[in-house]
Design a protein around this ligand. Structure first.
Ligand code: LIP
Length: 264
């Protein structure tokens, strides 16, 4: 079995267990643990508990691997593999009881930097809806035994998704970006969970996705899902404080890239 398949199986097994814990804690009632960059940027006790479970399971299975988690930060390993984890992506949805949240786990090789790592395996578990999206480098992206594929041409306009950051000061610029892309769209979806947005692009449920300011754990797994489903993912303004990620089938990705790099 190739390393990417082995890591994908482990990621899936851990994401399944972690997702069940997240769902149970949601049913029991969510408790706010702290706020981070702004009052709107929350972390729940479940975020911390789920990340601790994922960290323990990875350490049990692959002690020498590195770890980069949203809630506990980075820990260098010596194996050349790093696990990039968002224990509950869609935290605000989770806190409000909106079922659009997920556990996002990726295994990457090389430097644990998004600019240079190679994603080998991904698992995005949406436990409230019973869906686990998985991918292994070179072996496709999958959901419930079905191979995933991005969409192609969008003659009726593209169904796009985006997200906004927690800092209200960035919302005007994000809304201006929405205005720029709407002429190519049939409609817009705002799920509030980047890994789900990317998983839905991979599954052909969304034609394209764009968002500024994502953190490594928001996109690490979802990017591999899109690429293994035949799609394209790239970054605009990568040196900016809030670089823009765009993803989609090749046609939609090219249109988004042309619009969002057009000089104004
Ligand atoms: C969230 C992303 C979402 C983005 C939010 C936040 P979190 O991640 O999934 O796409 O719009 O600002 O970054 O905080 O729920 O893990």
């Amino acid at each position: 079995m190739t390393l990417s398949l082995e890591l994908s199986e482990l990621a899936t097994e851990i994401a399944r267990e972690a997702g069940e814990l997240a769902r149970r804690r949601r049913d029991e009632g969510v408790r706010l643990a702290a706020t981070k960059s702004t009052l709107a940027d929350i972390v729940t006790e479940a975020d911390r508990e789920v990340e601790a479970l994922i960290r323990d399971r990875i350490r049990e299975a692959r002690a020498g691997d590195g770890f980069l988690g949203e809630e506990t930060g980075a820990e260098l390993g010596e194996s050349g593999i790093t696990w990039v984890v968002d224990p509950i992506d869609g935290t605000v949805n989770y806190a409000y009881g909106i079922p659009a949240y997920n556990v996002s786990i990726a295994a990457v090789s090389g430097n644990p930097e998004p600019e240079s790592w190679e994603a080998l395996a991904a698992a995005v578990n949406a436990p409230a809806v019973g869906e686990i999206f998985t991918a292994a480098l070179g072996h496709g992206a999958w959901l419930a035994g079905n191979r995933l594929a991005v969409t192609g041409e969008t003659p009726a306009g593209a169904l796009l998704a985006t997200g906004f950051g927690y800092d209200p000061a960035t919302h005007a610029d994000d809304l201006a970006t929405v205005s720029r892309v709407m002429p190519m769209a049939r409609d817009l979806r705002r799920m509030g969970a980047a890994a789900l947005d990317l998983a839905y692009v991979a599954a052909g449920r969304i034609d394209g996705y764009f968002e500024r300011g994502l953190r490594p754990w928001d996109h690490a797994a979802g990017e591999l899902l899109v690429r293994e489903a035949g799609g394209a993912v790239s970054w605009i303004d990568s040196s900016a404080t809030r670089p823009m990620l765009i993803a989609g089938g090749r046609e939609v990705h090219a249109k988004l890239h042309a619009i969002l790099t057009e000089k104004r």
